[in-house]
Design a protein around this ligand. Sequence first.
Ligand SMILES: Cc1cc2nc3c(=O)[nH]c(=O)nc-3n(C[C@H](O)[C@H](O)[C@H](O)COP(=O)(O)OP(=O)(O)OC[C@H]3O[C@@H](n4cnc5c(N)ncnc54)[C@H](O)[C@@H]3O)c2cc1C
Length: 491
Amino acid sequence: MRNSIDGKNIVIIGSGIGGLSAGIILPLLNFRVTVVEKNPLPGGLMRSYSRSGFDCPVGVHYVGALGEKEPLGKMFHILGIPVDELFTPMGQQGIIDRYIFDDLIFDLPAGLDALEEKLQNAFPEDTTALNVIMKNLRDISRRMMEPSFLLNQGDPFQNMDYYQPMGELLDNFQASAGFRAVLSVPCHLIGVPLNDCPIIFHHMVLASYLLSSWRLKESGSKMTDVFVRRFKELGGSLILNNGVKKISLVEGKVAGVILESGENLPADAVVAAIHPKILLELLDEDALRDSFRRRIRGLKETEGVIAVQASVDAAAHPEIDHNIYRLSKNENGVIEDGAFYQLRRTHSPGANLLSIMTKSSYEEWSRWENTVSGRRGKDYEEKKMNLANILLKKAEEHFGNLKDAQILDVYTPLTIRDYVNTPEGSCYGAMRSARQLLKVVSLNNIPIPGLCLAGQNAMAPGVMGCVLGAFNAARQIAGSEKFIQKFQRDA
Ligand SMILES: Cc1cc2nc3c(=O)[nH]c(=O)nc-3n(C[C@H](O)[C@H](O)[C@H](O)COP(=O)(O)OP(=O)(O)OC[C@H]3O[C@@H](n4cnc5c(N)ncnc54)[C@H](O)[C@@H]3O)c2cc1C
C-alpha cells in the first residue's frame, strides 16, 4: 500500500498473532478496528488446545529477543502485552537448545560471546568462517536493537550481501561437516534448506534466540487471551466463527469485506493476516494482474509437521528447561532428518507433557486431502497413530522408558491446513528462500489501494516476524510520518 489511509475503519482478516498485533497497533494510531476470524476461537497458531485436561501447544514453543531493550520486548511493550505475565526466560542452566547428532552433541548457549567460544572450541578448523559469521551476527543483532528496525522496516534487510544463501557462505569457507550441521539448525527451524536460506533470515533467527530465549509460563491460550484482552481494551471488536468470503472493491480500491454469513462490513482498508494464496481466493479474478496472481500461486511452501503430545510420569520424566533437537546429518553436514522435543510441567498432578515434532510433507497425507478434520477415516487415524508410536519409541533414546506414556493427540499438516487455512499445512507459510525471495518480498506491496498483508507471510515468520509484520502493516496504513512520531520514543 503506497499511500496512507484517510479513513478510520480497518478490517483485519485473521486473529492469529499477526492479526491481533495489527489489531492492537492500529487503535494506538486512532483507527477503528474489527478483526474477523473464521474459527470459533481466536488466536490461530498461537492458541493451544486442550486434550484430557492437558494444554497442548501448536505454534509457540519458544521465542527470542523478549528482553526489555530487545526487539520483541520493545514491540510487546508498545503493544501493552506484559512479558512477565506470559513468559519465563530459558537458559538458566546455560543451555537453550541441545542439538544431538549421531557423532556430536552441541549445546546452544545464551549469548553471542558464549556461542563464539563454544563454536571455536568445538570446531577450531573453522575459525575463518566463524570470524565472518560472528561479525555478521553481531552486525545484525546490533541493527535489530536499533529503533530503525521497528520504525523503518528493519535496516538489516537493506544489506544485499545478507541475501546470499547461508550454505553458499559455508561452501566458500569449506566448512567442516559438524560446523555446517550445527549452523544449519536455525534454517531447519524455519523450514528453509541451508543451501537456499538467506543469511539474513538465518542470522535473525539465531540472533534473536541468543539475545534471550523464552518459554510460555502457561499456554498459548492464555497468550491469546492476553492479546484479545488488550485489543478489546483499546476498543477493538472481534467477530468469531464467521470467515471473510470476499473482499469488495469499488473502482479498484478496497471498500470492505463480505462475511460467510452474508454480512457486509465496510472498511477504508483491509489487513489480510492470512496466507496470500487464501487472500487470492477472496478477490475477484480481475482484481490483480495475472502475473501477480501466478507469482503468488507459484510460491513454494515451507514443510508441515506431524506433532505428538503425550503425558508422561512427572517423577520419572521431570521438566527439562531446554529444547532437544535429535538430528541426522549426511557426510557433508546437511541435516536430513530430525525431531524436536520439549518436556514441560503441567497443571495435572504427577504428569508432564512431552511434545514431539518432526517434518512431514503434505504429499505424505495427500490421500486424505479432500477430507476434513475429524472425518478422515480409519486409515488416516491408523497411519497417524503408527507414526506417533514410532516417534514416541525413538524419544526413549533421550527420555528413558516411555511405556506408560499416554498419547493425547497427534496432528498432521492436514490438521494445520484446515485449522488456520494455510495451504499444504505449511508451518511457516511461503518459504523465504533465496530462490523466491523477490517473490515473497513483493507480497509487501499488494497493488490494490487499501489492502495490505500481515501475519507470517508479510515480513518474516514466527512470533517476532509476525509482530514485526504487524508494525509494518500499521506503518503502511498510517503513513511513515505518523507512525514514527507515535512510536519513536519506545522504539
Ligand atoms: C507446529 C508449529 C510450531 C511453531 N513453533 C514456533 C515457535 O516455537 N516459535 C515461533 O516464534 N514460531 C513458531 N511457529 C510459527 C508461528 O506459530 C507462526 O509464524 C505464527 O503463529 C503465524 O501467525 P499468523 O497470524 O501469521 O497466522 P495464523 O496463526 O495462521 O492465523 C491466521 C488466522 O486467520 C484465520 N483465517 C484464515 N482464513 C480466514 C478467512 N477467510 N476469514 C477469517 N479468518 C481466516 C485462521 O483461522 C487463523 O486463525 C510454529 C508454527 C507451527 C505450525
